[in-house]
Write a protein that binds this ligand. Structure first.
Ligand code: PMP
Length: 341
């Protein structure tokens, strides 16, 4: 007689690529937590089937178009993206029978363009230029969508189906996985979908959970949270995070405070996480962990702080994990301990 399946295993089967999105592990970082005397928890979004937190937004946006009957068999999805949303949309599109047209600025990690081409997206790479210029990837994507009959423009910045995906899945998962014992949630914003959606879900369940934005230099959101006015200072090599304008997904997010993290801290943390915790993540994830650690340090001993591991390190092997690129950018990691925090 065959062995019976252990309880729960049959229920654990996921339905296709789309069904495999979400329900990611929440990983306590043991060495970091021990050093801080507070627990830092990373939501392992790099383990999504498309490799990033944006798989959730891609699913949410596509399912919203389907529900509104704006997208059907043979449809076309167009998006401007730093890469991860395009990857998510392309894979969800492949699974559902949609063609994807992806527009990216030309200053992102080469791995992301290569993945999109491999996955079958029609990829347009445009000059990385200010949002105010009509040649910016965002505006190019909108015009391409308008030029293709029946195509939909995902518009992850202004389309709040993005935030809703996190309000309905990421946030409730974190609350359930922590059994509601959580002091703070910390995350960077690219569109703001993750931080706004998770914040709304957590605060609806427990208004005492503190929400803190982690912002790179070159973004205007730190100043916005601190003073109410957009202001940009410095620059960053971080990909997929930092915004210079207020977009619908971030607007009205219940954010209590902001911390800023520089690129050196981000790079040191990325390499520390790989070396000490065995976690191979991208720059935004490392920046999130550094910010979460700083927030945790300001809370009483034993506090628990959750953050997002947005994507994996594979996508940045030619940059964040390349000795030549690090040297060129004066970002060679040097720390042997957590003194950079
Ligand atoms: N990290 C990376 C690597 C990303 O690509 C993105 C999405 N642009 C984010 C973080 C931020 O996610 P969100 O758009 O939900 O703010």
């Amino acid at each position: 007689m065959p062995n019976p399946a252990p309880a729960g295993v049959a229920d654990a089967v996921r339905d296709g690529f789309v069904g495999a999105i979400g329900n990611t592990p929440l990983i306590a970082l043991p060495k970091l937590s021990a050093a801080l005397g507070r627990t830092v928890l990373g939501k392992a979004e790099h383990l999504n089937p498309g490799g990033s937190v944006k798989d959730r937004a891609a699913r949410g946006i596509i399912e919203d178009f389907e529900a509104r009957r704006l997208l059907g068999p043979g449809g076309v999805v167009v998006e401007g993206t730093a890469g991860n949303t395009g990857i998510g949309l392309t894979l969800v599109g492949n699974a559902r029978g949609y063609r994807t047209v992806i527009v990216m600025p030309d200053d992102q990690a080469p791995e992301k363009y290569a993945l999109l081409r491999t996955y079958g997206a029609e990829l347009h790479v445009v000059e990385a230029i200010a949002f105010s210029d009509e040649r910016n990837y965002y505006h190019v994507a909108r015009r391409i969508a308008e030029s293709i009959p029946g195509a939909v423009w995902a518009n992850q910045f202004e389309n709040t189906a993005n935030r809703a995906a996190h309000e309905q899945t990421t946030g409730p998962e974190i609350y359930a996985q922590t059994q509601g014992v959580l002091d703070a949630f910390v995350a960077a914003a690219g569109t703001g979908g993750t931080i706004a959606g998770v914040a709304r879900a957590l605060k609806a369940r427990d208004s005492r959970i503190r929400v803190v934005l982690a912002d790179p230099y070159g973004s205007a959101l730190y100043a916005y949270v601190k003073t109410g006015a957009l202001a940009v200072e410095g620059d960053s090599t971080a990909e997929g995070i930092g915004i210079k304008r207020i977009v619908a997904n971030f607007k009205d997010a219940p954010v209590d405070d902001a911390v800023r993290v520089d690129d050196r801290t981000m790079v040191e943390m990325a390499h520390w996480l790989l070396r000490e915790e065995g976690l191979f993540v991208g720059g935004s994830a490392a920046l999130n962990v550094a910010a979460a650690a700083r927030v945790a340090r300001g809370l009483p001993a034993g506090a628990r702080v959750a953050t997002i591991l947005c994507d994996g390190g594979d996508r940045y092997r030619s940059r964040l994990y390349d000795a030549g690129w690090l040297a060129e950018n004066d970002l060679v990691p040097a720390a042997t301990d957590l003194s950079f925090l």
